[in-house]
Design a protein around this ligand. Structure first.
Ligand code: MCA
Length: 513
């Protein structure tokens, strides 16, 4: 029987390309595939010695670094469940995640120990270790003492590989259980579909706490033997310097609009690139067109979500149609249905549902919620509204869920409203997404007051409690929220009224102090 562990599949490539560079950092330091494999083996041995057992969760909130990558690989290798956390998450958010995921080990930056120590005690997390952006920390110290390598755990393909959370419309985050086979099957499709080979050099600037940078990008590299230019984050100067050394790049639309915003970016920067890929948020047709006009490249847009990894992609060879997310990937079935889960005809708009080896195992400890989101015939209801053209191209036309995608990050307004509503002086609030030049969409909060509170105070209070990307860019006080006869807030009316609020040059609000 073939080992179902994703790492076993990576290791075939790691062995084949053992002397080849797996990644190069901005300072020029490199790591070969052989070194990466050994480092992951030692990491897995270290975690095992710390008492982590197969199926145990390892929660990780650390800056992107080579050592953080090794931690991910070590978890896969040992059969430990990787639970990455956005580095922006604050105490309020972390309390829930640790209580729900019940990890045996938490790894964080030294600077966050004061916050995390009591949270770990409260959630009975037995071990808290550190890993800093420069690779130092108590986890690394422990790994240094280990000379052995843990063999790759022999796993069933549907064993849990990772747990990633999505907040959801009720404000309560749900743990999304992804199996080794979910990740492997999807990555195999992407390598083939996007033509990744050992000749590729992927510019990797995405965070590694979400599907895009973690599974899509790393999967394509580690199953093809390509190399990576490993950047800690989006830094325009570093990206401009690295593009000529790369053959491909993955990014959220904000990456591409930021590149277009630089007059140093043009044809010359992209001469060695064969493929630009965009996802996690809608790519505006205008961005697609501007990018082609500037560089001659047609960005390949694809569509996925945490629950499913990638579902559809525009073709490598063939028409990349702006405003669409392309065709279903091999092994992924996509359909558009009405409210009764009956498939609709071409071009009709309805609920977008998917089925395939890429679709997650279910929500962690929420069987009822899992059952609710799947149809009787095994399709997952994505919550997106879409349509499929006669020649098979899928377009996303809206969302059934109250969700905003800002700079490639999903934000559920309910979660932010719950925090705002607790502030003294606030009666109630509604959070909406409006157009934003940099992030595509960004949050605005409409607040009804019942006391003395100003915009800056709301923003300061929120920044102390929740991740920066979830903090509304503006807060507008309104006399009341528009409601329908059922009492539901009519967010569509608010979105219309405040559509231009974050436009550059808008004058309705004074600048924030
Ligand atoms: C940062 N801020 C944001 C965002 N990022 N606000 C709204 N939306 C954001 N995405 C806030 C900061 O807290 C800060 O607030 C202010 O905006 C300016 O931050 P800045 O320094 O400009 O931000 P940055 O560090 O340059 O980050 C922007 C970014 C980053 C590079 C676009 O958000 C990013 O890496 N996004 C990609 C996320 C990603 O990987 N998504 C994939 C999800 P203040 O000034 O008040 O402190 S996986 C997924 O969706 C699936 C499944 C898929 O299909 O791929």
């Amino acid at each position: 029987m073939v080992n179902g562990n994703l790492y076993a599949h990576f290791q075939v490539i790691f062995h084949r390309f053992s002397d080849k560079t797996a990644l190069t950092e901005v300072d020029g330091s490199t790591l070969s595939y052989g070194q990466l494999d050994s480092a992951a083996g030692q990491m897995a041995a270290s975690l095992s010695q710390l008492g982590v057992q197969r199926g145990d969760r390892v929660s990780v909130q650390v800056a992107k670094s080579t050592q953080a990558l090794v931690l991910y690989l070590g978890c896969l290798r040992g059969g430990f469940v990787f639970h990455p956390l956005n580095t922006g998450y604050k105490e309020y958010e972390l309390t829930y995640f640790l209580g729900n995921a019940e990890p045996v080990l938490m790894v964080c930056d030294q600077a966050d120990v004061a916050v995390l120590k009591p949270l770990c005690q409260q959630a009975n997390v037995s071990t808290l270790l550190t890993l800093n952006a420069d690779g130092s920390g108590s986890l690394t110290d422990h790994v240094f003492k280990i000379s052995s390598e843990l063999p790759v755990a022999d796993l069933e393909p549907d064993s849990l590989a990772a747990l990633l959370y999505s907040s959801g419309t009720t404000g309560t985050p749900k743990g999304i259980m992804l199996s080794h086979e979910n990740l492997r099957s999807n990555a195999v499709s992407l390598v083939k579909g996007w033509g990744f080979t050992e000749k590729d050099v992927l510019l990797h600037a995405l965070p590694i706490f979400h599907v895009h940078g973690l599974f899509v990008a790393l999967g394509c590299v580690f199953l093809s033997g390509a190399s990576m230019r490993w950047l800690a984050g989006f830094d325009l100067d570093e990206i401009l310097a690295t593009l000529p050394l790369s053959t491909s790049m993955m990014g959220v639309p904000t990456y591409y609009t930021r590149l277009l915003g630089s007059d140093r970016f043009g044809r010359q920067s992209t001469v060695n690139i064969r493929l630009f890929i965009s996802g996690s948020a809608p790519l505006l047709i205008e961005t697609f067109d501007d990018f082609e006009a500037r560089t001659g490249h047609r960005i390949l847009e694809r569509y996925g979500m945490t629950e499913t990894n990638m579902n559809t992609s525009n073709p490598l060879n063939g028409e990349r149609r702006a405003g669409t997310v392309g065709l279903p990937l091999p092994g992924v079935e996509v359909r558009i249905t009405n409210d009764k889960n009956q498939p609709l005809a071409y071009d009709e708009i309805g609920s977008l549902q998917v089925r395939g080896g890429n679709v997650f195992k279910g929500y962690w400890k929420m069987p009822e919620k899992t059952a609710e989101d799947f149809t009787a015939d095994g399709y997952f209801n994505t919550g997106d509204k879409g349509q499929i053209s006669a020649d098979g191209y899928v377009a996303i036309v809206g969302r059934a869920k109250d969700m905003v995608i800002s700079g490639g990050l999903n934000i559920y307004p309910k979660e932010v409203e719950l925090v705002i509503d607790e502030l003294p002086g606030v009666l109630e609030s509604a959070v909406i997404g409006v157009a934003h030049a940099d992030f595509g969409e960004a949050l605005v909060a409409l607040v009804v007051r019942n006391g003395d509170i100003e915009e800056a105070a709301v923003i300061t209070a929120l920044k102390a409690q929740i991740s920066g990307f979830k903090v509304p860019k503006r807060v507008v006080f309104v006399a009341q929220l528009p409601r329908n006869t059922m009492g539901k807030v009519q967010k569509n009316l608010l979105r219309e009224e405040f559509a231009n609020l974050l436009d550059i040059g808008q004058t309705q609000l004074p600048p924030l102090a």
